[in-house]
Design a protein around this ligand. Structure first.
Ligand code: KG4
Ligand code: ZN
Length: 349
């Protein structure tokens, strides 16, 4: 179903349900946010200290229609005025993706609207464009989220070449696991970051995996194991009996954060240099991390390139970044009603 140029003056509905946030937004053709709703599932997953896929899928199912309804009501726009329905179809948890996709397809059929497929990782980077006054492309893009740590050469918003990514855990997952080991709650990133600000970043010499490798892959599982052994020693499983002082916990968080950030900054900086770019853009939940933001900025200034980091409210999962669908609509790139999900392989997206 092709979109005529006159109907392009109308807003789009965007749907996001790749992991544990159920989100919908209504975006005008100029990118203005007319309605926005995010239902977080943090409380549901907290007792498991991580996202449980089946619990997430069921919660999406309960929330998806009220969330879409709320975004539409906020916008004051009726479904008749909606021009297209955009949905994140990749990557993510299979059950979670499926709920968003089925909702989008059902509405597309019922309301007779075209469908646009959104790559969730490209959308995380597009959040940087939405946070900037000027065009951020071409650039190098770094996505740091709960499921992914990926570097791209971005010639445009939807013309991205994958340069490398994590071969095991994502940066956000490492934050969540360290928080779980230190009994700091879920999601772990904000809690680890908070405690790290009171700690000594040199207290522990944690590994900087693949820092010097001449490729753009990352690895964080060795770092996670090093933190684990520092907390309980090899072979021990029971983190509920740890007797660390608050200062030791802060030192572990600070040293862990320093290791993650050093690798992220060094490798993204090298990619900017290799691809002779003038700009680095950074999105995803971990991009909300204060120390990472500071270090990225310092390094960019020292090396003469610009860094654009997504606004804090656009770092974690949301449907506003689904505005990337407007770029696809401009190119007449619509999805067929047979669109299927492409769930979460770590690499290559
Ligand atoms: O992008 P996102 O909302 O979901 C995925 O696409 O995975 O990222 C969620 C991740 C979680 O691992 C969370 O702990 C992390 O982002 N995160 C942070 C911070 N805020 C969220 N990590 C470090 N520092 C933060 N301030
Ligand atoms: Zn995400």
């Amino acid at each position: 179903m092709a979109l005529g140029s006159e109907s392009f003056h109308m807003p789009i509905l965007t749907i996001e349900s790749t992991c544990d946030e159920t989100a919908a937004a209504v975006i005008s053709e100029t990118g203005a946010v007319l309605g926005d709703c995010v239902a977080t599932q943090e409380a549901l997953h907290e007792k498991f200290r991580g996202v449980v896929p089946e619990v997430a899928a069921r919660a999406h199912l309960e929330r998806i229609l009220p969330v879409i309804d709320s975004a539409l009501k906020q916008s004051g726009i009726t479904h008749r005025e909606i021009t297209a329905i955009a949905v994140a179809d990749r990557p993510g948890l299979a059950g979670s993706l499926l709920v968003g996709l089925v909702a989008a397809k059902t509405l597309a059929i019922a309301w007779d609207k075209p469908l646009v497929a959104v790559n969730h990782l490209h959308a995380h980077l597009y959040a940087c464009q939405l946070s900037s006054e000027h065009n951020v492309y071409p650039c190098v893009g770094l996505v740091v989220s709960g499921g992914h740590t990926s570097l791209y050469h971005c010639e445009g918003p939807i013309d991205l070449t994958y340069l490398g990514g994590t071969i095991d855990d994502a940066a956000g997952e490492a934050f969540d696991k360290v928080a779980a080991m230190l009994q700091l709650g879920f999601p772990g990133g904000p809690a680890v970051s908070e405690l790290a600000s009171q700690g000594n970043r040199q207290a522990y010499d944690f590994p900087r995996s693949l820092l010097k490798a001449d490729h753009f892959d990352f690895s964080f599982s060795g770092l996670k194991t090093a933190v684990r052994y520092t907390i309980v020693g090899p072979g021990h499983q029971d983190f509920s009996k740890i007797t660390l002082t608050q200062q030791s916990k802060a030192d572990i968080c600070a040293s862990f954060e320093a290791a993650v950030v050093e690798v992220l900054v060094a490798k993204s900086s090298r990619a900017v240099n290799n691809y002779q770019c003038e700009r680095l853009i950074v999105g995803g939940g971990v991009a909300a991390n204060r120390y990472l933001r500071e270090q990225l900025q310092q390094n960019a200034t020292a090396n003469g390139y610009e860094v654009v980091i997504a606004d804090i409210n656009l770092c974690t999962d949301n449907a506003i970044m689904g505005a990337i669908a407007l770029e696809k609509i401009k190119r007449n790139e619509f999805a067929s009603i047979d669109l299927d999900i492409t769930p979460g392989l770590q690499r290559g997206f």
